[in-house]
Design a protein around this ligand. Structure first.
Ligand SMILES: *Cc1c(COP(=O)(O)O)cnc(C)c1O
Length: 468
């Protein structure tokens, strides 16, 4: 591509993205295509001859876009949000342009030093204990895997890195824990049989007494408890595991405490939500995702550790071709995680924090919390519906009750309701199961979502219920 074409399309694409931000609510939130529909429109062999950008861009609009679900749509209430923002997108353009591979300090000193500084800003913003050090990972899944591998090494005096796993080690998490913990337990060599799913109370938060009982039981049969994963904001219902009693149990029995706050961690920006971090000084590691609820486009996951020395000792490598004279005085982030090659992700987080200011980010989160409470109030006022879990953050779990029918029929009824609401193309909500009960999830968290969008969702839900 010649530089004039790059410039012309560069301007055109920025205009296109700016228009997309303005017009995203005109698209159906969830892509309506059927499986195979997009693939059928694409050539099965690569082009031998060069194609003009006009044609490629036109195919993007005609073929690809219909198969995109619009996560930045103000009617996005599905899963959790993955919200982005104009400054974050602009920073990504610069990151792509620089094309720097930021594996070690020497391969781009500014990337390493900015990451260190921005993660320290974020630590302060979240009110995490002084001294915790942060590193950006691609996802919370990777951060949790790093935590579980480090916990494994800490429990075995760093011998399993050398000789492989010998003695079975046990991991504890609540029955509401995220599937990334199941995955990490498998990959890190603990084995799925050595993951204990601890019971939760009516609020879906881990019961500390049940945790301690499980640890004692395992010890009594000669197993070796190694790590507890506590969740602040579970994926199904944003339940908050009680950190302080869990931390005390970990201290008592010498276990690693990893905290998964992938979604709800952003709420720690608000002093009124900091209570969930009581006991945080007992955490060994903590993860939250700026790519979920902090306006930083995917991917950007913030992993904090109490003792970076243990992390580095677990992951460091010293091939001759990567040795530099500065290794003792700088951070080489290749040793802070799994991947060697690293994108320059700190740049977009820096742009976001500076563009909005901490107060601006707090205002967004407060507004989402307000909208969720408002929605919850509407659900409670309508006798046909029931709220199924405490609304700790911006997620409301609810369902259409209809007494006198079986649990199975009720699940089907709510599924139909959800399908009809989503088919409108105006909003997108997803579901979960809470102690066997089918629940519709209304997750507020899009940058451009306003009270009107939440009201529209509720009206669509009510009229779908009227018609059932
Ligand atoms: C979303 C989520 C994850 C997974 O996040 P990724 O960054 O997609 O790996 C893990 N834990 C919780 C509680 C989540 O909500």
């Amino acid at each position: 591509m010649d530089k004039e074409t790059f410039r012309r399309f560069g301007h055109e694409f920025v205009d296109w993205v700016a228009d997309y931000f303005d017009n995203v609510s005109r698209y159906p939130v969830r892509s309506p295509v059927s499986p195979g529909e997009i693939k059928a429109q694409l050539p099965t062999v690569p082009p031998e001859e060069a194609e003009p950008m006009e044609r490629i861009f036109s195919d993007f609009k005609e073929v690809i876009l219909p198969g995109i679900s619009h996560w930045q749509h103000p009617g996005w209430f599905a899963y959790f949000p993955a919200n982005n923002s104009p400054p974050s997108v602009l920073a990504e353009l610069l990151t792509a342009g620089l094309g720097a591979q930021c594996m070690i300090w020497a391969t781009s000193p500014a990337a390493a030093e900015l990451e260190e500084v921005v993660m320290e800003w974020l630590r302060q913003m979240l009110g995490l204990p002084a001294g915790m050090a942060g590193v950006i990972q691609d996802t919370a899944s990777t951060a949790t895997l790093c935590a579980l591998i480090t916990a494994r090494e800490a429990a075995t005096g760093f011998s399993s890195n050398r000789v492989g796993a010998r003695q079975p080690l046990v991991v504890y998490a609540s029955s509401e824990t995220h599937s990334s913990i199941d995955k990490a337990v498998k990959i890190a060599g603990y084995g799925s049989d050595n993951l204990r799913r601890i019971a939760t109370g009516n609020d879906f938060a881990m019961l500390p007494e049940a945790l301690e009982r499980a640890i004692l039981q395992d010890k009594s049969v000669g197993l070796r408890p190694a790590c507890v994963v506590a969740t602040l904001g579970t994926t199904s219902s944003t339940a908050v595991d009680p950190l302080e009693p869990i931390g005390e149990i970990c201290q008592r029995h010498g276990l690693w405490l990893h905290v998964d706050a992938a979604f709800a961690g952003s709420a720690a920006l608000l002093p009124e939500k900091r209570g969930m971090l009581r006991g945080a000084e007992m955490m060994n590691s903590f993860v939250m995702n700026p790519h979920k609820w902090l306006l930083t486009n995917f991917d950007c996951s913030a992993y904090f550790v109490k003792d970076p020395g243990l992390l580095v000792r677990t992951f460091e490598i010293h091939p001759e071709y990567l040795k530099t004279g500065q290794d003792a005085v700088v951070h080489n982030y290749r040793d802070w995680g799994i991947q060697l090659g690293r994108r320059f992700r700190a740049l977009k987080l820096w742009f976001v924090i500076r563009t909005y200011g901490v107060e601006g980010l707090r205002a967004m989160i407060r507004e989402h919390l307000r909208l969720a409470q408002l929605f919850k109030g509407w659900v409670e006022e309508d006798q046909r519906f029931k709220v199924l879990a405490p609304v700790e953050f911006s997620l409301v779990c609810f369902r259409l009750e209809r007494p006198g029918i079986s649990e199975e029929e009720r699940a089907r009824l709510n599924q139909t309701l959800l399908d009809r609401v989503n088919s409108s193309g105006r909003v997108f909500l997803t579901h979960t199961s809470l102690k066997g009960q089918y629940a519709i999830r209304m997750a507020v968290g899009q940058r451009t979502t306003t009270e009107n969008h939440v009201r529209e969702a509720w009206e669509l839900i009510r009229s779908a219920a009227d018609a059932l």
